[in-house]
Design a binder for this molecule. Structure first.
Ligand SMILES: Cc1cc2nc3c(=O)[nH]c(=O)nc-3n(C[C@H](O)[C@H](O)[C@H](O)COP(=O)(O)O)c2cc1C
Length: 357
């Protein structure tokens, strides 16, 4: 049966469908609806204190008895940004002046890590899965999470990253194709232009590792789910497709941009946050890319670009989206899950008569 394998059995899922944890755009209501529908709901923990994170998990537990994935993007504390961010502040001042937003702020550095507070929260709340983006934390943190009995995931954008993550102890690897919306999970410094699409990445990762592979990037309907399973994935993770669910915490202008996106609306750039991510191309991205100015270190660059979103203008807001945004639908998460399952069954059934020859 396509829907049951080692991954779904271990995580107690009816369907091998994961809703990507996308920072504060993901809500307990969204994750609970996905898990109740038999998939794996995900909650981003970026920017939340240990206490807030506990409330998010508790909110999920009140709504759903299903499994939950909580997510931590990881990055180092940058050196002092006072001087290095000056050219970027100057490049942005023109947009700030046009919008009468005053002076571009001076960014402060921060680190993305699993703090003691968060580790205590994980021990107490015991989410079934913890996933990481941009690599993995140090071994003591991995061991501590493993001791709680939590399943560990992280994203790879190349075969080498997938093998490295397996060696460092993940239980399954997310193969993130270049089509994916949001930040590239890459952490090995490989050039963006050399990162493969999902069709090339998934079978080669599946051949290279012994752990289950979850495909992510451009998957948005039953056809793309069936294709990912054919390529050797045991599960799929969808981000952009869930952004249009009513339970997602997504601005109206972002939803509107997703509704009007085409296959060639998006671009990968580091100008919004300081790390490569896929967005719908707009005036903000074009202005900063054409200035050829080095962005401030991730995520401090966001402190410089985020205030432009307060103008309410789509052209000045970070519109994260993958290359399959146009396949998205305005549905509740429960209805989207049912559609995805129905469509996957139909796609697989359409192929099976052809297997005789
Ligand atoms: C708006 C947005 C935010 C994201 N934030 C995160 C995140 O915080 N952590 C993470 O592991 N992945 C994040 N991702 C990436 C997803 O995990 C996944 O790789 C991607 O959504 C798959 O491609 P798709 O958007 O075409 O479905 C994000 C994706 C989007 C679209």
């Amino acid at each position: 049966m396509w829907s049951q394998n080692a991954l779904t059995k271990r995580l107690n899922l009816n369907w091998p469908i994961l809703q990507a944890p996308m920072g504060d755009l993901t809500t307990p209501g969204l994750a609970a609806a996905v898990s109740d529908a038999g998939g794996l709901g995900g909650l981003g923990m970026w920017g939340f204190s240990g206490e807030e994170a506990e409330r998010r998990v508790a909110g999920f537990r009140q709504l759903s008895g299903g499994s939950l994935n909580v997510n931590y993007p990881l990055w180092d504390h940058p050196s002092d940004l006072t001087n290095t961010a000056q050219p970027m502040r100057r490049a942005l001042q023109e947009l700030y002046d046009q919008e009468e937003l005053g002076e571009v702020p001076t960014p402060a550095g921060s680190a993305g890590l699993v703090s003691d507070d968060h580790l205590a929260m994980l021990k107490k709340m015991k989410p079934e899965v913890v996933s990481f983006h941009f690599g993995l934390p140090d071994q003591p943190i991995i061991q501590a999470i493993r001791q709680i009995g939590i399943f560990i995931l992280s994203s790879a954008t190349t075969v080498a990253e997938a093998k490295d993550l397996e060696n460092r102890g993940v239980d399954a690897v997310i193969a993130q194709g270049i089509e994916a919306g949001g930040h590239r999970g890459t952490y090995s410094g490989v050039d963006i232009s050399m990162q493969p699409g999902l069709f090339a990445l998934v079978p080669q990762v599946a051949d290279a590792v012994t752990i289950p592979v979850i495909a992510a990037g451009g998957i948005a309907d039953g056809r793309t789910i069936a294709a990912a399973l054919m390529l050797g994935a045991q599960g799929v993770q969808l981000g952009t497709a869930f952004l249009r669910c009513e339970e997602a915490n997504v601005l109206d202008k972002h939803r509107d941009a997703l509704r009007h996106a085409s296959e060639s609306s998006t671009v990968v750039s580091d100008v919004i946050s300081g790390r490569p991510a896929r967005f719908i191309k707009n005036r903000l991205v074009e202005h900063l890319a054409s200035s050829q100015t080095e962005p401030a270190a991730f995520p401090a660059q966001m402190a410089l670009t985020d205030p432009l979103a307060n103008t309410g203008k789509k052209q000045l807001t970070a519109l994260y989206a993958g290359q399959s945004a146009a396949l998205g639908r305005d549905l509740s998460a429960a209805d989207l899950m049912s559609k995805l399952v129905e469509e996957t069954i139909a796609s697989l059934q359409a192929l099976s008569p052809a297997t005789t020859r």
